[in-house]
Unconditional design. Sequence first.
Length: 127
Amino acid sequence: MRAFLLALVADECSVRDLSPDLAAVSELDASVGLIVTAMAEPGHEYDFVSCVFAPQAGIPEDPVTGSAHTVLAPYWVDRLGRASLVGLQVSPRSGFVGVELNGDRVTIIGRAITISDGTLSSAATPR
């Protein structure tokens, strides 16, 4: 099973006008959800658009998804021939996400609001 499935549609309007059957999306072979994407219309300050639907994770439509952009970055970098791009996630609470591809790593660039802050530590070692 894949974390995300990626669907390329014809144009930006097709992404913006989506109204998916979330019950059907939840049946897809993806542990997280479905990314729908298209190239941006000419003349915009962004290179591609996307929507993310993740009913499997309890999120019907994710507003702005960094993890989805780690999938989108290599896809669009390969097609557009530039290592640094800007995506627009076109959910009702939309947002711009800059991405840079460095080898097999994706750097996410953008503005965010911190909703939780803490320290992660590894699980205890079993005896």
